[in-house]
Design a protein around this ligand. Structure first.
Ligand code: FE
Ligand code: FE
Ligand code: ZN
Length: 275
């Protein structure tokens, strides 16, 4: 059965997110580990987590995807910025151990003029400092649109990060359809070729989740502006082919489209109608 859900607010806790996902016929969801601006995370409510795990087990919900604050930059030029990224990730990963077997996705970072090579090294250094052999969370690098000085704008850069991570068994990739499209990968006209390329450079076994978004901009625009499904330059038909593709259909799909809950519900219904 198709695993699909959307980005949800975590402000009311895990059980509340599970119930919200159920309402819109979702069987996975994504959430920010803390305020995206990167403020301090609330203490984890263990009773809430227990109730969530029970409910997830009963309803077949999950895996779920935690998203690091997008302001976090593991390859910033200032030590203070990198330090913040490292501490935040270490703290998030410690919390994720209460929900074993799920994913923690983050934007690799922006090299802010230091060059991609330096960025890649700094990101790998951060991962080598926070990953633990015994952890049960898989950390995902998100494919990026390549706006500004973003690292991870092509499959090669992500491969280079993975190659430098010692505990690379704990690492995977989250493919964002808007980002790869904006990054120049033609998932509308050449989906098979793009996935073959992904397999050649990174390996499809590394692909653990998909961010399912349309894009406001044309192929290669390097902009990163998400659109609702069918209201952008990728289109509903091409995104339907993504969801049904044999190399992808078993993965959790997370919508990050500009929507309220009812809009997400309609998008989920659309993708479920294809089954
Ligand atoms: Fe993201
Ligand atoms: Fe995304
Ligand atoms: Zn985006």
């Amino acid at each position: 059965m198709l695993k699909i859900g959307c980005h949800l607010s975590s402000s009311k806790g895990f059980l509340a997110m599970a119930k919200t996902a159920e309402k819109i016929n979702g069987n996975t969801f994504q959430f920010f580990t803390r305020n995206p601006r990167g403020a301090k995370a609330k203490a984890l409510d263990e009773e809430d987590v227990k109730a969530f795990l029970l409910r997830a087990e009963e309803t077949g919900l999950g895996p779920v995807v935690a998203h690091a604050p997008y302001t976090l930059n593991a390859c910033g030029a200032e030590e203070r910025v990198r330090e913040f990224a490292l501490e935040t990730m270490a703290d998030d990963l410690a919390r994720m151990e209460y929900l074993p077997g799920n994913y923690y996705n983050f934007h690799p970072g922006s090299h802010v003029g230091q060059g991609a090579e330096t960025g890649i090294r700094l990101i790998a250094d951060t991962l080598n400092a926070v990953l633990k052999p015994e952890q049960r969370t898989t950390v995902l690098l998100e494919t990026m649109a390549g706006k500004g000085s973003e690292v991870g704008r092509n499959f090669e850069e992500l491969r280079e990060i993975l190659d430098r991570v010692e505990l690379s068994d704990h690492m995977g990739i989250c493919l964002d359809t808007c980002h790869v499209w904006d990054g120049g990968y033609d998932i509308v006209g050449r989906l098979d070729e793009v996935l073959t390329e992904f397999d050649r450079v990174i390996g499809l076994d590394r692909l653990k989740a998909v961010h399912l978004n349309d894009s406001q901009n044309p192929l290669g625009a390097r902009k990163d502006r998400h659109a609702r499904i069918g209201e952008g330059c990728i289109g509903a038909e091409a995104l339907a082919r993504v969801v049904k593709h044999p190399a992808l259909c078993h993965l959790p799909f997370e919508l990050e489209t500009p929507n309220e809950l009812d809009g997400y519900g309609r998008e989920i219904a659309f993708f479920r109608s294809l089954e």
